[in-house]
Design a protein around this ligand. Structure first.
Ligand code: TRP
Ligand code: ZN
Ligand code: CA
Length: 457
């Protein structure tokens, strides 16, 4: 018994709904299902033929030769620009141009951000990989400037080249990460993290909040290397440690100056950070030489901030391992890890009118290409537009006609619509066949229609 009929919801036409759904599924051009007054039988192809959120695919091996090729270019840029790539010098801008051209050719959206420091123009380069959830951004970055005394190949051609080659690998793989990927090359780090501070200070608070993590790479090919992992965000730290554990390479926590590179700028505004480092002017101990090889009693990088920081100042093994670790972290952290994978969805979005206080109507989804029985936790998506849902009795009918009650009528449930997902133990039913959603309106006055019916296996 009704006390009042309330508002009605305008009804979409079946044509509109079906066309929209097919356009989304990429199915336009195939025969559209016909909708009739009381039933609609759409043999829906799986709306999602593969899981929409996948576990992380394995990252590719980053070719060491490519990373070293970038270092050769940085060396030659320094050579033709007075021997360095320092802030305010032409070698810096030439380095920006080199990295930007590679990224543009690979399909990145690049932005050069200018700032002024010490009376000269500085540049940050930002590269966005199109796609992914822009509310969850994973960033990786490296400072691209050298000190004025040399070419800065370990400090920080190494991090710059590894981040560049990882970005290019993202493009080669045409990676479709769940999260959005952004890469950054910072100017004037050597003068006090100037470029990265400028970037975060000009990032609105709403944008900062979307950055789930910033990974920093500054000096990752030191000639007498250690394997140091920043001890900051635990999830990022674990991602790196797991990678090195898989190689059988022991790591230590980075302690040669927390806050001495661009991650500090991000950390200071509350962004989770992590990173890798192979050591600067500190001396390698004998215990470290035992586990990592190299020379005890010598600096990790004897050419730190000097003119001998050239392409000869690189340990290939360290550069190779760390470059692969950058890619591993990017692949792992940008994958959807919180959402469980979903299965194939079969759906019918043709509208079916539900006669007022009348006979039952059905919407059909035909499942094919599955083997065996339906799942014990079959997800039944029900989308019914109705002005008084208490009028409705809703059942799922298996291909053999077995009815599973999803919802009873209820005189006092005056709310609109049934838009929910039920879980049904359908493990005694064959998966393949015509599944129906049966809806009956058992009380006079309010009306509605089936908007969509979907099954997820
Ligand atoms: N950022 C420093 C430089 O460019 C190098 C450095 C020293 C460093 N300690 C560090 C980098 C710790 C990362 C982590 O000169
Ligand atoms: Zn550096
Ligand atoms: Ca009714």
């Amino acid at each position: 018994m009704k006390l009042s009929a309330h508002h009605r919801i305008p009804r979409r036409t079946a044509t509109t709904a079906v066309t929209a759904a097919l356009a989304l599924a990429g199915l336009l051009g195939t025969a559209a299902p016909a909708a009739t007054a009381s039933t609609a039988a759409a043999t829906a192809a799986p709306a999602a033929a593969s899981p929409t959120t996948a576990a992380a695919l394995a990252a590719p091996d980053i070719p060491l030769a490519n990373v070293k090729g970038h270092l050769t270019q940085f060396q030659s840029i320094a050579g033709s620009n007075g021997g360095n790539r320092a802030h305010g010098r032409p070698g810096y801008k030439a380095s920006i141009d080199y990295v930007k051209a590679k990224l543009d050719a690979a399909g990145f959206i690049t932005t050069v951000q200018q700032f002024t420091y010490n009376g000269t123009t500085g540049y940050n380069l930002i590269a966005d990989w199109p796609g992914g959830d822009t509310n969850r951004v994973i960033m990786a970055g490296a400072h691209l400037d050298s000190v004025s005394s040399g070419a800065g190949i370990n400090d920080n051609g190494s991090g710059s080249a590894a981040v560049l080659e990882t970005a290019l690998a993202v493009s080669r793989a045409q990676l479709k990460p769940a999260k959005h990927l952004r890469f950054g090359w910072w100017g004037a780090e050597e003068l006090g993290l100037v470029g990265s501070k400028y970037y975060v200070n000009n990032l609105p608070a709403t944008e900062r909040a979307k950055v789930s993590g910033y990974l920093n790479f500054d000096m990752i090919g030191s000639p007498n290397p250690g394997y140091f992992v920043y001890d900051d965000d635990p999830a990022i730290e674990k991602t790196f440690k797991d990678y090195f554990a898989g190689l059988g390479v022991p790591t230590e926590i980075e302690t040669e100056g927390d806050g001495r590179s661009d991650h500090a700028s991000f950390k200071n505004v509350g962004i989770p950070v992590g990173g890798l480092f192979t050591g600067a002017s500190r001396t390698k101990t004998s215990a470290q030489a035992q586990k990592w090889g190299g020379t005890a009693g010598q600096a990790f990088d004897r050419c730190y901030h000097s003119s001998c920081d050239t392409t000869s100042n690189i340990n290939d093994t360290a550069l190779d391992r760390n470059s692969d670790a950058v890619a591993h972290a990017i692949w792992t952290l940008s994958a959807g890890t919180t959402e469980p994978p979903t299965g194939d969805t079969f759906e019918n979005t043709a509208d079916v009118a539900i006669p007022d206080n009348g006979t039952a109507v059905t919407s059909t989804v035909t499942v094919s290409g599955r083997t065996g029985n339906a799942p014990a936790a079959l997800k039944v998506g029900v989308d019914i537009i109705h002005t008084w849902r208490g009028d409705l009795v809703v059942d799922l009918l298996a291909p053999d006609g077995t009815a599973y009650r999803l919802k009873n009528s209820s005189g006092n449930d005056s709310a609109d619509n049934v838009q929910t997902t039920y879980t049904v133990d359908a493990s005694s039913e064959a998966a393949n066949g015509a599944w129906r959603l049966r809806v009956q309106d058992v009380a006079a006055q309010d009306t509605g229609y089936i908007n969509a019916f979907r099954l997820t296996f």
